[in-house]
Design a binder for this molecule. Structure first.
Ligand SMILES: [Zn+2]
Length: 254
């Protein structure tokens, strides 16, 4: 265990521990040394200020805990942990989990049942992840469960998740709404033709469109740029990062 005092300074950057914790995760492979050190500090602050609990018989060692924290902090590498305000606890299941839920269908009929999930962001201070899916997210294929759930947390920072997180002062809300609404409508009409690289789940609703576009932005930024240069530009401005500088067009980290 890391020493869990709230304001203790992070341990000095350790390249060997970085290599262990980041192994197999394409999104972490192309970071330069200063980015690695910044992410290392954020990840340790994350581990000191949030509870990370393994459940369902899963045990996570320090390296695995650090891996989750590094991945969770990647979206805020250009921001800070204040952007995860309200996120108190990360619960990690061994595999996909199926919480019981109530829902109402389009005819107004109430149902209760279970749906299998790889991850979920709740606005009650919880993020749920499947360890199997965290590990499976390594290749740069446009899918990453941790980035997806973290994008929902950023979206939740100004109320309900609606696909528009709080924007920086130098960003224009109308431009954001216009670009994302147009992209979402075009994708819903012709998902494969409009952007074959984007997971069709993005058509679920505007919040999922933002989260799935964020996955593509971090994993295959050139593919997102080819589909929607405007959305790529807005995500660069929001995340204050340019993953295309560290991920080659082949989809491999530099
Ligand atoms: Zn989602």
């Amino acid at each position: 265990m890391w020493p869990l005092t709230r304001h203790s300074p992070p341990p000095d950057f350790d390249p060997a521990r970085w290599a262990q914790a980041s192994v197999g995760q394409g999104v972490l492979a192309g970071l330069d040394e200063s980015e690695q050190k910044r992410l290392w500090e954020l990840a340790h602050e994350f581990l000191h200020t949030r509870s990370l609990q393994a459940v369902g018989g899963l045990e996570l060692d320090d390296t695995q805990r650090l891996r989750i924290a590094l991945l969770a902090c990647l979206p805020v590498l250009g921001l800070d942990l204040g952007w995860y305000r309200g996120l108190d606890e990360v619960i990690v299941y061994p595999d996909a989990f199926a919480p019981e839920r109530n829902w109402t269908d389009e005819y107004g009929i109430a149902h209760r049942g279970r749906m299998e999930l790889a991850g979920e962001a709740w606005d009650e201070g919880l993020m749920l992840l499947s360890w199997h899916d965290v590990e499976a997210a390594g290749p740069l294929d446009g899918h990453h469960v941790v980035i997806h759930e973290c994008a929902h947390w950023l979206d939740l920072q100004n109320g309900a998740a609606n696909g528009r997180p709080p924007l920086h002062r130098d960003m224009d809300a109308q431009t954001w709404t216009r670009e994302f609404a147009a992209g979402y409508a075009a994708f819903c009409a012709h998902p494969h033709r409009r952007c074959a690289a984007l997971d069709p789940y993005a058509a679920e609703n505007p919040a999922e469109f933002f989260a799935v576009c964020s996955e593509l932005f971090f994993e295959r930024p050139q593919a997102l740029h080819a589909c929607w240069p405007g959305i790529h530009r807005l995500l660069s401005a929001f995340y204050r990062q340019s993953p295309e500088t560290r991920i080659r067009t082949t989809g491999h980290a530099r």
